[in-house]
Design a protein around this ligand. Structure first.
Ligand code: GLN
Length: 477
């Protein structure tokens, strides 16, 4: 057990000489070795981490360390870190070394975080169970026969298993929130544009977001405040001051919370439903007002999401052609053969499925019927949420329809797997922020996640409600 609950406590212990950062990093490295069977890390940076520990410990004592000084953070292996592998958990990039560091990662380094390693994920962040990884399945530390969720499964698993203080994940359709729910941690997907995507390998550029995965609310807030902000290298990033740091915390119990009935329909696990009801009655008793909300387009979220993201993916992934990046097939033939074989051999099955789907929906004959139509529906999602947030501050929903399932249970049925994204994809379609918070466990001891969503750039409300629950809700855990 770690002797601190959050980063501030850790810093205090280091400053007062009660905790050695070097010992702390060694502890994490040993534990990562011990828990290797989880397969959460693609790469561990042992030497770098030990060296940084010594340097940063000095800075902390001298009083000139950054805001994340000594926080041990793992980053998903779709994020660029100079001179380190950047594989996206795919065979096509298995030997690729990044030439630069992405903005969010650079920002945590500049604030003196220690990067312990890169985490396993579904190839190119495509998946919900981490079973689509070139490096093999990552296991759920709460039950090793089950998936950790995906695509940021490794990031969730290493935080839940106590192999680091926090992790960065990415969320295109739920990949921060759903694994956070499956592993019993906090996962915050920021507003689209809050965090620069520079250095995040693109899956679906108009959806992709980088965000924190942590064991407590304070650390999620702290990391978000560090990685946020405008970046000239990402024209979709925004210069809006994050309204965080517990701002307006006293106002929290005045929030009006919407319960969208479409998120509690058939298909939702009964224990998850009951747990959310328990939280709703606790919040009602604490003075929160609840109203029923309709989000009628919810039923189209999976279809819209999978049309638009595969379309973007088919374009984004065309750059992996064997000529410039990573793997090249040794098949002898024409240039076209080289492209075909490099891509066929290098990409995993799910990635190829999505490239084909995306190419199809963008093709001349089908563009209007699928891609254009889906873009129009995307606008309706945005309107749906705009209307909802005229009435309420927050929406409460399940994060996923089930808790963590068994390895292999859904991997042969892509549609079944896609359906698990029903509650998370809408936030990405609308670009709004969402958080998954841990809400105890079910009868099988598996974590349950509850999701809150807020309007654009209102992460402060997500932080406040999560903190309120973390501080006050004691039952059911
Ligand atoms: N599970 C979703 C998918 O497979 C979400 C992935 C993500 O957010 N990166 O597309």
């Amino acid at each position: 057990m770690l002797p601190y609950k959050n980063h501030q406590e850790k810093l205090n212990l280091i400053k007062s000489g009660k905790l050695s950062l070097l010992e702390n990093v060694k502890y994490f490295l040993d534990r990562a070795e011990e828990k290797k069977d989880i397969n959460g890390f693609n790469f561990v940076f042992k030497e770098d981490a030990l060296k940084s520990a010594l340097d940063i410990q000095k800075k902390i004592i001298q009083g000139n360390a950054g805001r994340l000084a000594g926080m041990v953070i793992a980053i998903k292996d779709v994020l660029a870190l100079k001179d380190k592998q950047l594989t996206c958990s795919s065979g096509i990039l298995k030997n690729f070394i990044s030439l630069y560091t992405g903005t969010a990662v650079q920002k945590i380094i500049d604030e003196d975080a220690i990067i312990i390693g890169k985490t396993n994920c579904d190839q190119f962040a495509m998946g919900s169970s981490n079973e689509n990884s070139f490096f093999g399945n990552c296991l759920n530390p709460c039950d090793l026969t089950r998936v950790p969720g995906g695509s940021s499964g490794g990031s969730a698993a290493v935080v839940a298993a106590g192999l680091c203080d926090a992790a960065l994940g990415t969320d295109t359709g739920g990949s921060i929130r759903q694994p956070a729910a499956f592993c019993g941690i906090y996962g915050l997907k920021p507003t689209y544009g809050r965090v620069s995507r520079y250095g995040l390998t693109a899956y679906a550029s108009s959806f992709d977001c980088i965000g924190p995965m942590t064991g407590n609310v304070d650390d999620a807030e702290l990391i978000l405040s560090v990685i946020s902000g405008f970046d000239p290298k990402d024209s979709t990033s925004m210069n809006i001051e994050p309204a965080l740091s517990g701002k307006d915390y006293e106002q929290t119990s005045k929030y009006k919370i919407g319960v969208p009935k479409e998120y509690f329909a058939e298909g939702l696990d009964t224990e998850i439903k009951l747990r959310i009801e328990e939280y709703i009655s606790f919040l009602k008793n604490s003075g929160f007002e609840f109203v029923n909300i309709n989000l009628p387009y919810t039923q189209y979220s999976i279809a819209t999401y999978y049309i638009l993201t595969t379309a973007e993916a088919s374009s984004n992934l065309s750059r992996f052609d064997g000529a410039r990046y990573g793997f090249r097939s040794d098949y002898e033939g024409s240039l076209a053969d080289m492209y075909t074989h490099s891509r066929s051999e290098g990409f995993g099955e799910e990635v190829k499925r999505r490239i084909m789907l995306g190419t199809y929906v963008l093709s001349a004959g089908y563009y209007d019927a699928y891609y254009r139509k889906a873009q129009q529906v995307r606008r309706l999602f945005k309107n749906d949420f705009e209307n909802a947030f005229k009435q309420v501050d927050l929406l409460i929903t399940p994060t996923a329809p089930t808790s963590a399932y068994k390895l292999g249970e859904k991997s042969n049925d892509p549609l079944q797997m896609y359906l698990g994204d029903i509650y998370t994809t809408s936030a990405n379609l609308a670009g709004i922020p969402g958080i998954s918070i841990p809400a105890g466990v079910n009868k099988q001891n598996l974590p349950i996640g509850i999701q809150f969503m807020a309007n654009h750039f209102q992460e402060n409300k997500l932080i406040n409600i999560s903190r309120f629950i973390e501080n006050n809700f004691k039952n059911g855990k």
